[in-house]
Design a protein around this ligand. Structure first.
Ligand code: ATP
Length: 341
């Protein structure tokens, strides 16, 4: 892979997990392009399939899961779904930097962070290990930590927020040009979170990266992402430029997510939790729209026909009720209003 920000094309990706009821899809028919040099945010509630999608970018879905269909083409690497063994190990870390969810618990408890950094460097054939340590200290320093002290520490000597920042450092330190951050700021207070997101943006711009940020917090993607994809029940229900999606959400699920966040609606009194709960693998409907049980715009067709993803300029929406409708709906529109039904 060259030193350029790579483009990524996920096409028709389906990932299933083996369950007592057979193999069930956690990600179904997902098509998403990460433009070179962009920051894309994927947002959705717990269980919507975000982490499974992120793992697929590294071909790192573990049994009882497997990629059952589709492709993940990364510039310079080809279709990672077909990569195996050593090729795959090399791609991870060096070409694709990543922080997995719960990064605060993923460090080796028996080794100092510095030792783990050196292991990482050696396993990826880094010759200049001093340079690697310098880079690590610099990144930790930018995130408000004493780099030398952190590298000398074991996991138990660091707080959850510090470990999370160590995870981000490890994702960036090998200078990968595709970076996947799964819930990068969940253990952080609001101020530290804002700082980390600023640093993610800065490093992204300085190095010319392609970045994917996965989060349940639409406020995080609002701050960091150029483009936003909204996931529900294993499907992408809406995608588009972040400002457009947040400014005039089209899918009723996107609207519900936005209305549930006082930070985005601007008034805590106006925030309304989305009623109901997201489906589990066992309860995702086999046919029809995945969101219909919670949808204020539900129509008969939603029970039987899975809505196609329809493009309207840079915006993609999968909803029978809004397909073809104008994009000017304000975010404050009442979810309970059957305006398109
Ligand atoms: N190892 C597994 N075995 C069986 N089902 C799984 C496994 N891992 C995930 N799932 C199921 O797949 C679905 C998607 O999970 P995933 O972790 O990708 O969602 P998510 O949006 O990242 O949610 P969260 O933020 O809670 O992790 C969920 O219903 C989850 O229960």
């Amino acid at each position: 892979m060259s030193n350029q920000a790579p483009g990524v094309r996920i096409d028709g990706l389906t990932v299933v997990y083996k369950t007592p009821a057979g193999e069930l899809p956690a990600v179904r028919g997902v098509t998403l392009t990460l433009e070179p040099g962009s920051i894309t945010g994927i947002v959705g509630e717990s269980g919507s399939g975000k982490s499974t999608l992120a793992l697929s970018l590294l071909n790192a879905v573990q049994p009882p899961g497997r990629i059952a269909g589709g492709s993940v083409e990364i510039d310079g690497l080809g279709d990672v779904v077909g990569l195996r063994g050593e090729e795959l190990r090399k791609a991870r870390g060096k070409h694709i930097g990543y922080v997995f969810q719960a990064a605060q618990n993923s460090l080796n408890p028996l080794k100092t962070v510095g030792k783990q950094l050196l292991d990482l460097g050696r396993s990826h054939g880094v010759d200049d290990l001093r340079g690697l340590v310098r880079e690590a200290k610099e990144l930790l320093g930018r995130m408000g930590l004493d780099g030398a002290r952190v590298l000398d520490s074991h996991q138990h000597e660091l707080s959850g927020g510090m470990r999370q920042r160590v995870g981000i450092m490890l994702a960036l330190v090998l200078n990968a040009h595709l970076v996947v951050l799964d819930e990068p700021t969940t253990a952080l207070d609001m101020i530290t979170q804002a700082n980390i997101l600023r640093i993610v943006r800065e490093v992204h711009a300085e190095r010319g990266l392609t970045t994917l940020v996965i989060t349940h917090d639409i406020g995080v993607v609002a701050e960091v992402a150029d483009r936003l994809a909204v996931m529900y029940g294993g499907r992408l229900v809406e995608q588009g430029p972040t400002r457009e999606v947040l400014g005039a959400p089209r899918h009723p699920y996107t609207r519900g997510l936005i209305q549930a966040i006082p930070r985005l609606t601007g008034d805590i009194g106006e925030a309304r939790a989305l009623p109901g709960r997201p489906p589990t693998l066992a309860t995702v409907p086999k046919e029809g729209c995945v969101f219909r049980e919670r949808c204020p715009l539900r129509m008969d067709v939603c029970d039987t026909v899975d809505p196609e993803t329809v493009a309207d300029g840079p915006r993609l929406v999968a909803c029978h009720a809004v397909a073809g409708a104008p994009t000017t709906a304000p975010p404050s529109g009442d979810l309970a209003t059957k305006e398109h039904a």
